[in-house]
Design a binder for this molecule. Structure first.
Ligand code: ADP
Ligand code: ZN
Length: 611
């Protein structure tokens, strides 16, 4: 087994079965093991957990991990136990008897890692117990929960600064996947991490492909998209509960394993659906944003948005739930003009203070700019978080098929002047009627058929005009008012366009499902690939299914999700390397000593039985 005084790399290999550290992991581990404080910003799937798990094993005492989501502690602890680590959790889901047993283990120094909810950690009783035991380190996961600007604000997180006061000699590590500098500064201040070393990773997720398109028939578009992801796990986000229910039942009728999740469902249904999503292969979750914080299922192959999210951070966090295992994954979104109006209204009508509304409007604007860009999406996305990327990523829709643009200066001028002439009191529907010269009842009753702008836009059809208005909104050349009717108004930027001082280029609206169809045809015409993301070749399919079946069976026996037994990445490596014995199996990434002993024989039997 492991040497007497194992190094960090020894533990990485023997316990977790990984050959090498990724990115900044080693630097963080060394810094913490030597007693330093750290603030770690790493994208979802970057490998944050090892940054505190390995130092906790290297140092004397128990590593205390603060995590806001009690529902997920159990899975994390199960995964550690599978790897042979003495781990436990303390939260309100445990009975009194079980709690006492965990406390006994803590005080007896039997635990390597203990996960606790913040409210539990902060109780005088628990803090007192910590003073009577040896603490290896404090890890504060999802540290952005201290930020009042984010969706995940947790007031108890602000009190965690007490750890620094009561245990000044114990190293602390705060971790988050939220990249924005404002949140980072808030974490430092609120958790007294002024002296902590900051480890900031690139937020790029190279294995995720990005696609954004216009919504014209959401169900048909989603249906076509899902054809490329049959039998895979994924999340479909909708804005409203009703749309979640509607979409989930429609998918279920189509024979797709889809479950709903939103705050309007009772707690038992939510828990049951989440459990099935985590524990079964190939289940799809249709959800509002209520779903997902801390979901660390590694094999989510796609995240689809049927509506515009609220902010670029929200979008990035939600799409980041795809492909944590590093295998190919897809972020796909469709949206329409109405979303822009709805989101602007939601922000304006919220109870928030003006300062906060201003921040939210900025976040929505940068999301719109991302959605409408004709350049590389990855470059835009990372740019929104202050990171520069050279562009031409080759893995977003715009890089794969550069969108056509057209000179829309004249239509933009017509649109803006029609908004102005009608008194900046109407939504796009009526303004488009005026532009197109439609003599609707409303137009006639308002005498708008007498305006100089009446009928000046008959050369474009309704759909083209909606595209123009949507893009003008996205570019900040128009703004939607907050009155609940989507009233359009000119902005400071409108003047330059109206006076002819600024040209406007707009994209021709591409239909996102065309790109996907091309992609699929490309694959099937090459003859070998099936529909999935992982590129399993037809001749490999039987063994792949057999590996997944034995994994599912072992997972059920051990009462853990399949990915806790082995990740897809590990299964794929087995499929490609075809290890013949335990020695060869041990070299596969993700196969540590404990898992080799526990599962090695079962997987070798399947591989050796393959023709
Ligand atoms: P995060 O918390 O940053 O989202 P995790 O800690 O859950 O990420 O890690 C993401 C995935 O990457 C996990 O499945 C983990 O086992 C895997 N992983 C982490 N570090 C390594 C590594 N050095 N080599 C291989 N896989 C790794
Ligand atoms: Zn790109």
């Amino acid at each position: 087994m492991s040497p007497m005084n194992p190094t960090a790399v020894d533990l990485l290999q023997s316990v977790f079965g990984y050959p090498t550290f990724r990115g900044q992991q080693q630097a963080v581990v060394d810094h913490l093991a030597e007693g330093g404080d750290a603030l770690v910003l790493m994208p979802t799937g970057g490998g944050k957990s090892l940054c505190y798990q390995i130092p906790a094993l290297l140092r004397q005492g128990t590593g205390i991990v603060v995590s806001p989501l009690i529902a997920l502690m159990q899975d994390q602890v199960d995964a550690l136990r599978e790897a042979g680590v003495a781990a436990a959790y303390l939260n309100s889901s445990l009975g009194a008897e079980e709690q006492r047993e965990v406390e006994r283990q803590l005080l007896a120094g039997e635990l390597n890692l203990l996960y606790v909810a913040p409210e539990r950690l902060l109780t005088p009783r628990f803090l007192g117990q910590l003073e009577r035991t040896e603490v290896a380190l404090f890890a504060i996961d999802e540290a952005h929960c201290v930020s009042q600007w984010g969706h995940d604000f947790r007031p108890e997180y602000r009190e965690l600064a007490v750890l620094h006061q009561r245990f000044p000699q114990v190293p602390r590590i705060a971790l988050t996947a939220t990249a924005d500098p404002r949140t980072r500064a808030e974490i430092v201040e609120r958790l007294s991490l002024q002296d902590a070393r900051q480890f900031v990773s690139s937020f790029d997720r190279p294995n995720i492909g990005y696609r954004v398109g216009l919504r014209h028939n959401a169900k048909r578009q989603l249906g076509e998209f899902l054809q490329g992801h049959q039998g895979e796990s994924g999340i479909v986000y909708c804005l409203s509960r009703r749309k979640v229910d509607d979409t989930a039942s429609w998918l279920a009728e189509m024979g797709v394993e889809a479950l709903p999740y939103h705050a309007g469902l009772d707690a038992a249904t939510r828990a049951a659906n989440q459990k099935r999503f985590l524990r079964e292969d190939g289940v799809m979750m249709v959800a509002t944003v209520a779903f997902g914080m801390g979901i660390d299922k590694p094999d989510v192959r796609f995240v689809a948005h049927l509506d515009l999210p609220r902010s670029i951070e929200g979008y990035y966090q939600e799409t980041g739930r795809a492909g944590r295992d590093g295998l190919p994954a897809e972020a796909w979104m469709i949206y329409g003009l109405s979303d822009v109006v709805t989101m602007s209204q939601m922000i304006a009508q919220s109870e928030s203070a003006d300062e906060r509304k201003r921040v939210e409007r900025q976040k929505l604007e940068s999301l719109l700019a991302y959605a409408e860009t004709t350049g590389c999406r990855r470059q835009r996305l990372l740019g929104a978080f202050g990171e520069t990327h050279p562009g031409a990523c080759g893995h977003c829709d715009n890089c794969l098929a550069p969108p056509k643009t057209w000179d829309a200066t004249v239509p933009a001028q017509k649109a803006l002047s029609a908004v102005y002439r009608t008194g900046q009191r109407f939504g796009s529907g009526h303004v488009i009627d005026v532009l197109r010269g439609e003599e609707t009842e409303r137009v006639l009753s308002l005498d708008h058929h007498r305006l100089s702008t009446f009928g000046i836009g008959a050369d474009l059809d309704d759909k083209q005009w909606r595209s123009v208005f949507r893009q003008l909104l996205a570019a900040g050349l128009l703004e939607a008012d907050a009155d609940g009717y989507g009233t359009l108004r000119l902005t400071a930027g409108s003047r330059a366009v109206l006076s002819g001082g600024q040209a406007v280029r707009l994209r021709e609206d591409a239909r996102p499902e065309r790109a996907s169809r091309r992609r699929r045809e490309g694959r099937s015409s090459s003859g070998e690939r099936t529909g999935g993301s992982l590129g399993i070749e037809a001749y490999e399919q039987t063994l792949w299914d057999a590996l997944r079946a034995v994994r599912a069976q072992l997972a059920r026996q051990h009462g853990v999700p399949p990915y806790v037994v082995f990740h897809d990445a590990t299964l794929l490596a087995m499929l490609r390397a075809l290890p013949a014995n335990e020695e060869e199996l041990a070299t596969i990434s993700g196969v540590g000593e404990a898992k080799l002993a526990r599962y090695g024989r079962d997987f070798l039997a399947v591989i050796n039985a393959a023709p």
